[in-house]
Design a protein around this ligand. Structure first.
Ligand code: ADP
Ligand code: ADP
Length: 232
């Protein structure tokens, strides 16, 4: 579902070039929950942002569902991005919009009619357990509820891939568990491919099938979670 081939990313900075990714090769199968773990500064965020081309790699190829994103022009890329949902550490919700409107937002941008939007948003509210909160504003929600909105919004365009960038790092352990369980349930129900970026081992152990360890812009190790994290 996702293939990264020799991905390099170098940022220009006032202090000179910063090599954030130095030749990443990864393959993530359809329906898998794939974890990427590493210390702060290892290149996790850059890597996940290269998958949906929020960052353009300096070199290498990105394929999602058989299509090469690195070969696309801006218009093609906009279309293909609908296949890739993303959730964030700080949720990135619109504070002046209700739960319903936040989830509806990408559909509205895509020009969908209000009736069709309602048809999509209502089951999503149910899926994430927020039917009763549709008319509330983000400031009225707990962190876990905000992330449920983030998840529903990410799913609104019916993506094939869900990217989770430190999606539970701002949550307490109990809420983290509930959100991870929701992500796993959605992965199973929708056959969604999920990429989980985290610095927390427990997150990987809780839901990931496979894991890659990233260190200073290279993959240090990858394999099944059991093989990587079980000491011989
Ligand atoms: P992580 O998500 O693992 O903390 P990042 O991908 O954010 O790592 O960062 C990897 C490296 O790239 C770090 O050295 C960071 O300082 C650098 N970096 C990230 N974004 C930028 C940027 N926009 N400009 C310059 N350097 C950056
Ligand atoms: P606009 O942006 O054009 O003012 P809205 O986004 O407020 O429209 O509403 C679009 C549609 O979604 C309307 O049919 C509205 O009734 C419905 N809607 C808005 N909020 C909710 C909600 N909390 N629960 C159910 N339906 C809602």
């Amino acid at each position: 579902m996702i293939k990264l081939s020799h991905i390099e990313k170098t940022y220009d900075s006032p202090a000179g070039p910063v090599a954030a990714l130095k030749g990443i090769d990864l393959e993530i199968a359809r329906g898998e929950i794939f974890g990427i773990i590493g210390l702060s500064g290892a290149g996790k965020s850059t890597l996940v942002r290269c998958i949906n081309m929020l960052e353009r790699p300096t070199a290498g190829q990105v394929f999602v569902d058989g299509k090469e994103l690195t070969a696309m022009d801006a218009a093609e890329l906009r279309k293909t991005r609908k296949d890739i949902g993303m959730i964030f550490q700080h949720f990135n919700l619109l504070s002046s919009a209700t739960v319903y409107e936040n989830i509806a937002f990408p559909l509205k941008l895509a020009g969908m009619s209000a009736d069709k939007i309602r048809e999509k948003v209502e089951p999503l509210l149910k899926l994430v357990g927020l039917e009763a909160k549709a008319s509330q504003y983000p400031s009225q929600l707990s962190g876990g509820q905000k992330q449920r909105v983030g998840i529903a919004r990410a799913l609104a365009s019916e993506p094939k891939v869900l990217l989770c960038d430190e999606a539970t790092s701002a949550l307490d352990p109990q809420t983290t568990k509930a959100i991870l369980e929701l992500i796993r349930a959605i992965n199973r129900k929708l056959q969604l491919t999920v990429v989980v970026i985290t610095h927390e081992m427990q997150v990987i152990k809780d839901i990931c099938d496979k894991v890659a360890v990233i260190d200073q812009g290279v993959i240090a190790e990858q394999g099944s979670v059991i093989d990587i994290f079980t000491n011989p």
